[in-house]
Design a protein around this ligand. Structure first.
Ligand code: AMP
Length: 114
């Protein structure tokens, strides 16, 4: 099967501004940021969307949120606030089918989302 866009970033086949990496997760700046801080937190394991998360992935998903928490603190938006989002399939606005958690902050967010 073809590599996902984010696997190509993990494998250094296309460039990205990587802000965190360990054996399980990579995080990099979104190429088209929707706010001053917009980071994508991506599991190295290919999971297409929330619909494809398995029981065995519970630790991995938890780790993604810990990375988001740490990056929010590192970027100085933990106190002001931020938003974490998984988009799923067409109605959810998903465009890359490799699970990713958006960490967005540095400005006031609107609710409801568009
Ligand atoms: P989603 O629409 O939730 O699937 O999010 C996909 C995100 O990936 C979008 O916010 C895009 O701007 C972002 N994106 C697409 N290509 C790249 C890339 N090469 N490097 C970093 N972010 C990307």
């Amino acid at each position: 099967m073809d590599k996902t866009l984010f696997e190509k970033i993990i494998d250094r086949e296309i460039p990205a501004e990587i802000v965190f990496e360990d054996d399980y997760v990579i995080a990099f700046n979104d190429i088209d940021p929707k706010a001053p801080i917009h980071i994508l937190i991506v599991p190295k394991k290919v999971i297409r969307s929330i619909n494809d998360i398995g029981e065995n992935d519970k630790d991995l998903i938890g780790k993604m949120f810990l990375v988001a928490r740490n990056l929010a603190k590192e970027k100085g938006i933990d106190k002001s606030g931020f938003r974490t989002i998984f988009n799923t399939n067409d109605d959810g606005g998903q465009t890359v089918y490799h699970l990713h958690l958006h960490l967005i902050g540095g400005r006031q967010m609107n609710w409801p989302p568009g």
